[in-house]
Design a protein around this ligand. Sequence first.
Ligand code: KG4
Ligand code: ZN
Length: 337
Amino acid sequence: MPIILAIESSCDETSAAVLSDQNVLSNIVASQKIHSEYGGVVPELASREHQKNIVPVVDKALKNAGVDKNKIDAVAFTRGPGLMGALLVGVSFAKSFAQALNIPLIEVNHMEAHVLAHFINDQSRSDFPDFPFLCLTVSGGHTQIVKINDYLEMEVLGKTLDDAAGEAFDKSGLLLGLSYPAGPAIDKLAKSGDPRRFEFPIPKIQGLNFSFSGFKTAVLYFLQKQVKSNPDFIKENLNDLCASIQFSIVRILMGKLKRAAKETGIKTITIAGGVSANSELRNHLATIGDKNRWKIFVPKVEYTTDNAAMIGIAGYFKFLKKDFCSIDVKADPKLRI
Ligand code: KG4
Ligand code: ZN
């Protein structure tokens, strides 16, 4: 039963986790609030926050797990994709930690880790997805449909050509006056809104790829037009606007996921990443899954947004294969599956 220390620092969450086998002993996440006033993540500020947080966050993860650092068998860390300055903090910390204790170092692809979060053991679930399965990986930086053939063997079937689904939430939210990241606020406000009140266009993109930049522009033009004739339009219709925007984004995502299931014949369907916390996406998936006899897996909410437990589970599967990396490994902001 290997004990793995995992580090995540790719964007605006500094996180450390300790895993024993597939079990999470601790998972500490320090979310950086500083970006909310800028309407998005400011890379330089993110790096500085990681630098400030990394030691206390790792310390707390070890304490909460009740594990002495000398009992750690390997250190797993996010190599990419992400922001270069942010990644460097986690990569440098992981290297120093591994070298000081003379233990192996494991590099992890952040996007693979979002998918592998489905293999974290927790009491609320009885089984794991069988291979091959599909995963709609939707976050602030990425939107992909991935075919998973084995733990560390994944193929991207479709991806966004421009903005990510999370960005569509965040940028639309900004237009509505909500602070960054707007996804959770839109989800909450949408609960008492009418999703069919306003209609936004579904982009016609070939195959299994996505595009969200036109969606954001459509929301912008629509709001500009309405506000011209009624300056209080957004305030008076906030719930309906949130519900309609959310419904449109979910329809775009689910349309492609349905197509991927049909084309591949795969009926084990999962979702992952920050946007997979969205309640409308989860409800829609359950309904469509029922109709199409899909076997659905949805991650626990705490493992949807960025966290080190998912880096730890990816590290665990690499540890079993003795897939270690050299101390010379470099952060890669554009690392791909
Ligand atoms: O996976 P994640 O934590 O970071 C990246 O790797 O990018 O995803 C963050 C994204 C943000 O865009 C945030 O607005 C979105 O996930 N998000 C949500 C919800 N919770 C987080 N979007 C919609 N509904 C939610 N409940
Ligand atoms: Zn992520």
